[in-house]
Design a protein around this ligand. Structure first.
Ligand code: NAD
Length: 521
């Protein structure tokens, strides 16, 4: 534990052994009696490590009431005060990166440096939000008509909610709440029930940073909590990140209820390798982007499109790199890739290896045979973990389930095409449009790709093009429902509404009734 005055931490006190994980409402842990609880696992051992309270309408009502009460004062807090609290929060998150990362590794399974990386990327949004006095500056025009001035403001919406997925339990919530709170809103977070602890540590850090009680609240739960959020009349806006079917549902239900909604969905990210590319660089990138975090990243490369004759050489290079990858518990510093998040998810991901072969693909690398550090699969201390090594299916094509579905695990599907045009057509035919990358040494081809590809985030010789916090993150097509991407200036717009004021202070020249429409003179 870092030497810091954080008290009453709901996570760090209880990091050892199965523990109860509860809501954070009105600036403190909830003390009610839960009507339902869910199991939380250590994915590296398969053991239950905690029990999370699953909230419903009552808990959501309590959190929204706390947030609504806090809004009255928080919206009036000066920009300097908000920025000052954000700076303190930034320092605390930085100081507690190790604890946050440990909470992520313990429940998600990703390796410790990867977990620390997600905290660092979330921190970038906090740092961006520290500039809120500048971000909320409006415009001013003197004398739009004689003696009349106009100016624009952006004001907070009220109580806003965030619903987040399991795969980035620290970073994705931090895409949302720093800006929402900096803009003067109060926030209710519904994190994934699979790895709920990081959100509680973040809540206690907010309290330590001096955020008034009720400005940030956490309600754990599943569909029941989500439905209570979507139906709550006092929630003005919802940010969602998760799978496409749930994103669509949240968008449709939330907007029908009159809320502003941004709902980011699933992905099938293609990496196109042109024949002139540096194939060692491309193989390094493909292996890193396909198997980092066991492929459980919305920006993971899951489809590799090799423009022939690059295919065979690329597969050979990828196979050689995979054979050296060290799979093991996220707490083992030798491990580069951890387990999958749950047993059912591991089994679902592994099922694509069989269905892929049945549908005509070639199993170039079978991850089921990959050794696990410190454990024999199915045996030993880590043997009950949710393990699946990196796998490659070759000669994959659209229509096969391993190509059409978002697998969300360490399975790379390789498709081979004959031309640049065929590669672009394949990517653009995908219903998803989150991220993509092109690998080439031909600047003209890369420039054309950037222009022609129908995807929201594009990398040129960069396999995971996650934008910095001062740009906005979001995909196209079925990877995002709504009009605004998250963080950056689009995030500021999402969490505020505009107002334009036209003002005249009386001077001796005023006077006279006019029923005509106001025109400027
Ligand atoms: P998920 O859709 O199962 O869950 C996301 C959230 O919705 C969770 O809080 C969960 O409790 C809730 N939820 C689940 N089922 C629900 C239902 N039927 N009704 C209402 N709420 C429900 O997603 P996940 O498995 O936690 O996360 C992985 C998915 O998230 C992948 O599809 C991945 O691509 C996507 N993702 C997308 C982005 C992006 O930026 N586009 C980022 C991260 C993850």
């Amino acid at each position: 534990m870092t030497d810091s005055p954080v008290t009453d931490s709901p996570v760090t006190d209880t990091m050892v052994g199965p523990r109860n994980i509860t809501h954070w409402i009105g600036g403190k842990p909830w003390t009610g009696t839960p009507s339902a609880r869910g199991d939380v696992y250590d994915p590296a051992t398969g053991q239950v490590s905690g029990y999370v309270d699953l909230g419903g309408p009552a808990e959501v009502n309590a959190a929204v009431a706390a947030a609504k009460a806090a809004f009255a004062d928080w919206r009036r807090a000066s920009l300097s005060r908000r920025a000052s609290i954000l700076f303190s929060f930034r320092e605390l998150v930085k100081a507690y990166t190790g604890e946050l990362a440990a909470a992520v590794t313990a429940e998600h399974g990703k390796v410790a440096p990867d977990a620390a990386g997600e905290v660092a990327r979330g921190l970038e949004v906090v740092e961006f939000a520290c500039g809120i006095p500048h971000l909320l500056k409006g415009g001013f025009s003197e004398n739009v008509s004689t003696g009349v001035d106009s100016y624009s403001l952006r004001q907070p919406l009220g109580v806003v909610a965030g619903i987040t997925p399991f795969n980035f339990p620290a970073m994705v919530p931090m895409w949302m709440f720093p800006l929402a709170i900096a803009c003067g809103n109060t926030f209710v977070l519904k994190p994934s029930e699979k790895d709920p602890s990081a959100s509680l540590l973040l809540a206690s850090l907010w309290a330590e940073a001096g955020l008034p009680d009720g400005v940030f609240n956490v309600v754990h739960g599943d569909k029941a909590a989500v439905d209570a959020i979507l139906g709550h009349p006092d929630i003005a806006a919802v940010s969602f990140v998760g799978s496409t079917p749930v994103a669509r549902y949240v968008y449709e239900r939330g907007t029908t209820a009159g809320k502003r909604v941004q709902a980011l969905g699933g992905a099938k990210n293609h990496m196109v390798v042109l024949p002139d590319a540096d194939l060692d660089l491309a193989a390094d990138a493909a292996v890193s982007a396909a198997f980092g975090s066991a492929g459980e990243r919305c920006m993971a490369i899951s489809a590799l499109v090799a423009v022939e004759p690059a295919g065979d050489e690329l597969i050979d290079r990828i196979r050689a790199r995979i054979s050296r990858l060290r799979v093991g518990p996220g707490t083992d510093e030798r491990a580069e890739m951890g387990p999958l998040v749950t047993g059912p998810h591991r089994d679902r991901v592994a099922s694509y290896l069989d269905s892929g072969v049945r549908e005509g693909a070639t199993l170039a690398v079978d991850g089921r045979a990959h050794p696990v550090i410190g454990a024999v699969q199915g045996d030993g201390e880590a043997g009950g973990g949710f393990w699946l090594g990196p796998s490659v299916l070759d000669h994959v094509s659209p229509g096969m389930s391993c190509y059409d579905d978002e697998i969300f695990g360490p399975v790379l599907s390789v498709a081979r095409v004959d031309s640049y045009e065929a590669a672009v057509a394949m990517v653009n035919a995908s219903p998803y449009g989150n991220g993509t990358a092109v690998f080439t040494n031909d600047g003209g081809a890369a420039r054309r790709f950037v222009s022609e590809i129908e995807v929201g985030m594009v990398g040129v010789n960069v396999p995971i093009p996650v934008p910095m916090a001062y740009y906005s993150f979001g995909g196209w097509k079925s990877s995002l429902f709504g009009d605004t991407h998250v963080h950056g200036t689009e995030g500021v717009h999402f969490y505020t509404r505009g107002k334009v004021v036209t003002s005249r202070w009386l001077d001796p020249s005023h006077g006279g009734v006019s029923l005509g429409f106001p025109v400027n003179s």
